[in-house]
Ligand binder design. Sequence first.
Ligand SMILES: NC(=O)C1=CN([C@@H]2O[C@H](COP(=O)(O)OP(=O)(O)OC[C@H]3O[C@@H](n4cnc5c(N)ncnc54)[C@H](OP(=O)(O)O)[C@@H]3O)[C@@H](O)[C@H]2O)C=CC1
Ligand SMILES: O=C[C@H](O)[C@@H](O)[C@@H](O)[C@H](O)C(=O)O
Length: 320
Amino acid sequence: MAPKTFKLNNGIEMPAVGLGTWQSAPGEVAAAVTAAIKHGYKMIDAAYCYGNEDEVGQGLKAAFDAGYAKREDIFVVTKLWNTYSSRVELGLDKSLKALGLDYVDQYLVHWAVGMNPNGTDDRFPKLPNGERDILWDHDHVATWKALEALLPTGKVRSIGVCNYSVPYLEKLLAHAKVVPAVNQIENSPALRQQEVVDFCRQKGIHIVAYSPLGSTGSPLFKAEPVLKVAERKGASPGTVLLSYHVAKGSSVLAKSVNEDRIKSNLEIIDLDAEDLKILNDYSESLEKEGKVQRFVYPPFGINFGFPDKLEGKKMPNGLD
Ligand SMILES: NC(=O)C1=CN([C@@H]2O[C@H](COP(=O)(O)OP(=O)(O)OC[C@H]3O[C@@H](n4cnc5c(N)ncnc54)[C@H](OP(=O)(O)O)[C@@H]3O)[C@@H](O)[C@H]2O)C=CC1
Ligand SMILES: O=C[C@H](O)[C@@H](O)[C@@H](O)[C@H](O)C(=O)O
């Protein structure tokens, strides 16, 4: 049977499946969180930058008040936004306040980026030319050290990163006292990211797959190999796309604000070697043809070191 949790490198258990909340509209996300917990979700993924942590918090409270779960049964993840990269505890405190919680189960660096804390906007400061107001001398290792310092406060049970490629991880690990518990990355059969997945496995960093369904407006539900596995299993394409990660030993986050889809996304099935071969062959063919699909790549103008995106942009911190 597919595992329901995975043990992190600090010994705590992380659920295999979580509800995503990015782009979940105000007025919808609280109900989505409550419905998810009612139907058995044990993990909710949030972020300061999503601008909806207060509603996520309302959804959590409603679920706890209704007796669907207790606080300690739900693994709550949130993320440090780039304008707080040098004000880490403040960033966490703002998230905790919005969520109405006194601790989160996991706190993540959202991107290895610093953005101007005194710019035109709290989340997305811009330069007069419209570009993002990036701190080019930002040291992501210093931000990580500030996350490490949060552990003794009891306000976070685990810490990790998102969107870290191998070169960024190598630099981080050379200075880290605490190995990140997870690397939350975009991952799907259309973006297998084998290099960073293998590296993380070697280092004991658990992979959490985001945009597993291909994010908003996804073409993956119609991809022929996904449909083939769905037919073999008598399951929906969504179930195949989510079960694929759990079969590979990763956790997976699926966003929905629709109660039926929220419910169905919790159905994880066992994929066998033949199913995984069909999906892996699909990934390999996309890689060979240079057709891998990365659905989430915000316009930071930074080279994050992912092999499919080495487009000559600057890397901060002398990485290039
Ligand atoms: N760390 C990071 O930088 C990032 C983290 N994330 C996290 O990962 C989560 C998931 O990724 P996300 O990019 O949202 O995309 P997903 O791959 O989860 O896809 C979400 C989209 O698929 C639709 N959908 C959901 N379930 C089904 C289903 N069973 N059948 C058909 N359509 C479905 C949703 O619409 P509807 O709501 O109408 O059902 C929505 O449009 C995010 O919400 C966020 O929490 C995501 C991106 C980056
Ligand atoms: O978590 C989801 C994504 O990383 C999202 O936070 C970013 O894409 C953000 O909207 C941005 O534009 O930088």
